[in-house]
Write a protein that binds this ligand. Sequence first.
Ligand code: GLY
Ligand code: MN
Ligand code: MN
Length: 460
Amino acid sequence: MSNNIYAQRRARLASQLASNGIAIIPTAPEQRRNRDSDFLFRFDSYFHYLTGFTEPNATLVLLANGHSILFCQPKDEAREIWDGIRLGPAAAPAALGLQTAFASTELDAHLPVLLENTAVVYFPFATHQGLDGQITHWLEAVRCKARQGVTCPAEQRDLCALLDEMRLIKDASEIATMRRAAQISAGAHIRAMKLSAARLRQGLDTREFHLDAELLHEFRLQGSEYPAYSSIVAGGANACVLHYRADAAPILNGDLVLIDAGCELHGYASDITRTFPANGKFTKPQRELYDIVLASQEAAAAATKPGNRFNDPHDAALAILAQGMLDVGLLDANKVGSLQDVIEQRAYTPFYMHRTSHWLGMDVHDCGSYIEPSEAHVVTEKIDPVTKQTLQVRPSRILREGMVLTLEPGIYVRPAAGVPERYHNIGIRIEDDALVTGTGCELLSRGVPVNADEIEALMF
Ligand code: GLY
Ligand code: MN
Ligand code: MN
């Protein structure tokens, strides 16, 4: 993305700050993995959204007049031999299109001066451990100058409130990156499906990690930096563990495989789940449940359009899932009543226990309020029909063009008394990434088939 975009975002943010306000946004800290090895560095999403800068140990300071100051690692030949080239403060303004840069080692010297006589300090609350303590420390230094006539900001405000709203609506360059990330992930899912069928046909011992390796290979081959989250590759009953990770369990003939994996590309996540027969052919009970989940996702997609609410795709998916559970006997109407009863009493919960959507963007579970800000004051009290507790309900977010959300319904059947045996240990989720358009939604991740017949044809 061009520097222009980051400068425009900073200008938009600055225009929303109180006059004489100042915003402080650090990147993420480096994280120790074990002994002297660090996790691969991943920048902070807010910081990157405003700078495009990927080095660690950096802080952006933005003034309400639009002036941007970057603190970044100083040039240091000895360190650069070990850790790589640093941009350095001399080159940073031109390279990143901002006004001033200093070495990050000068942060403590400059911040008290920058904070002098400002009115409001903004920073992301509860996202950077230790940041509030650091800011308090700088403010103490400002207060010490009170007798010289220096004023100290009287107010601290959460910068996330402003940045989350900006990040929720994706601009054209963000959509292009997300579209490409979804394409890469779709290609990786296709490769994993094909590998599974091919290995089983050859009678090879096939483990979850074989399919995980295939995903990673395709992600990197196509230029993605890393997975957007830990890939789930779950054979058979493991699919019923929602946060299962790719491990070493065998992929068996006759089982389903659930893969929930997406790459991160230039800071943007994709998030795709496909569930497919390990050997390329669904059994009858697997297909019955699969088609219910797919129909529920189609209903969710039809409900994903501007003007609808964030909860609408979930409610649409739920109605199809619950009816399907009644139809196939996962739920017994004699015990749980009508479709309406199932939904009201949440009788579907043993088989569908998560929500259908989340925002998607720089973070896989992206920022952005799920409550409609213009109606946040509209609070309705409701008695929960299950717990009998009083709930306060606020109107869910109105969908707008440029928002991106996942649609990821599922059915997970753990063996239990009264549950038809032919469905035991089947876990199915189907997840796509939906961009809200002017009239409906575009599924960015449909480069990998989702229809059961098409999956079988692909794996044949
Ligand atoms: N893979 C995380 C999610 O689907 O939300
Ligand atoms: Mn998801
Ligand atoms: Mn997912």
